[in-house]
Design a protein around this ligand. Structure first.
Ligand code: ADP
Length: 398
């Protein structure tokens, strides 16, 4: 592949991006984001060492999602000097039951992915919009869609099915799983830093604004706390996680809430924010002296520990527990509480290593090892994009 490779990770109010140079090891050249689209859009671009190279702001109505995509391309192209961006990989949250691997975007692909919008209405439209914009404005750039759901195709049927009549599951109502690109990246890093665990039973905890667990056996997912949507499983920044479906029926019948009001409640007003009444941000809760902040964190940890038990059962035991994402990588107190709750599994933390927060954080004698491995979804997408286009150019992907 010639030229630079870009990655776009587009959400409802932000577009994160990264640019990698040519070469098999894909050296990082630029990384950044436009955040607060629709409110007060702000662009920031840094180099591989984290030095800021560009910053710019706009008024709410001056930069919509399409304009933001083109602005990112333009700014990166300027900062790259003579090098050209020839390929872009995209994070696409949903590949449905059809797309089990990254896909080169050709005519018809975006329509096929658009048919999955109803399965992920809050994410999929935002993921697809930049693909359309680039196909129109820069058709010479090759594009690849990388799916968050693809990592879960290996899961057994029992990990995918809900206990509802078959007609519903056949129509697509089943567990798909999310954060798959993060789990794939962390699994591959774990193989590099601890090769002895490559064939092992590993629970990975992706704890960020979104949070989930994945049970990985021999590098493949066997179970996940995420389900039909990214609202299931663990308690998150603003999402409730698993909830008795009877609660939703009660809210409809007794409180007159409709689907949109319940959507707002379970996606945007629950989790750490809803329980604390203060913030969805772990740093703010840690700094608070309010009892409700401590209770919210206690519930967050309790849900993680209990679900680790479920992942352990799916794996038939655990060899390693890995923490990743914003809270998993940066909050030693959450890690310490979770590890204490996992003592019954044979996990003995090393307090000093946990404070330091890198690599192995369990005691040498611990039967189950614990690790901190920073995730990098953008690099996983870059690698998939490179491999997909390479296979296509050499004929293997046709
Ligand atoms: P997203 O799912 O949006 O990518 P992140 O992975 O960036 O989220 O995680 C965001 C969460 O990480 C927030 O709750 C934030 O408070 C938490 N976080 C980031 N840095 C720290 C830190 N130093 N200490 C505690 N929590 C942190």
């Amino acid at each position: 592949m010639q030229g630079c490779l870009g990655v776009l990770n587009a959400g409802s109010s932000s577009i994160k991006f990264a640019i990698y140079g040519a070469g098999d090891d894909l050296p990082l050249r630029l990384r950044g984001q436009i955040e607060a689209i629709g409110v007060a859009p702000k662009l920031k671009v840094s180099d591989a060492a984290g030095r800021t190279l560009a910053e710019q702001g706009w008024k709410a109505n001056e930069l919509d999602h399409a304009a933001a995509t083109l602005q990112i391309l333009r700014t990166c192209q300027e900062l790259l000097g003579g090098a050209r961006v020839t390929a872009i990989g995209h994070r696409v949250v949903h590949g449905g039951t059809r797309f089990a691997a990254p896909l080169r975007v050709e005519p018809g692909v975006v329509d096929a992915l658009g048919a999955l919008v109803s399965l992920a209405p809050l994410h999929q439209p935002h993921n697809l919009a930049p693909i359309r914009v680039i196909a129109d404005a820069a058709p010479h750039i090759a594009q690849v869609a990388c799916f968050d759901t693809a990592f879960y195709f290996s899961q057994p049927w029992v990990a995918q099915a809900f206990a509802i009549p078959r007609a519903f599951s056949e129509a697509g109502v089943r567990r798909y799983g999310f954060h798959g690109l993060s789990y794939e990246f962390v699994s591959s890093r774990l193989r590099a830093v601890a090769p002895e665990l490559a064939g092992g039973r590993v629970v990975i905890a992706h704890l960020g604004n979104g949070a989930s667990l994945c049970a990985v056996l021999d590098g493949r997912s066997v179970a996940s706390t995420m389900g039909f949507t990214a609202a299931d499983g663990l308690m998150m920044g603003t999402r409730c996680g698993a909830i008795d479906p009877g609660v939703l029926l009660y809210l409809m019948d007794e409180q007159g809430m409709d689907a949109r009001a319940i959507e707002d409640l379970i996606y945007h007003r629950s989790g750490l924010l809803g329980v604390s009444g203060i913030s969805s941000d772990m740093r703010t809760l840690r700094a608070s002296v309010d009892a409700s902040a401590a209770e919210a964190i206690a519930l967050f940890v309790n849900r993680i520990v209990r679900e680790i038990g479920s992942m352990a059962a799916a794996l038939g035991g655990v060899d390693a527990l890995v923490f990743t994402a914003g809270i998993g990588e940066n909050d030693p107190m959450t890690r310490a509480s979770v590890m204490t709750g996992c003592a019954w599994l044979g996990l003995e933390p090393d307090a000093a290593r946990n404070e330091a927060g890198a690599g192995r954080i369990s005691a040498e004698r611990s039967r189950v090892s614990a690790w901190v491995i920073p995730t990098d979804e953008e690099r996983m997408i870059a690698q998939h994009t490179f491999d997909t286009l390479h296979a296509f150019e050499t004929g293997a992907g046709e």
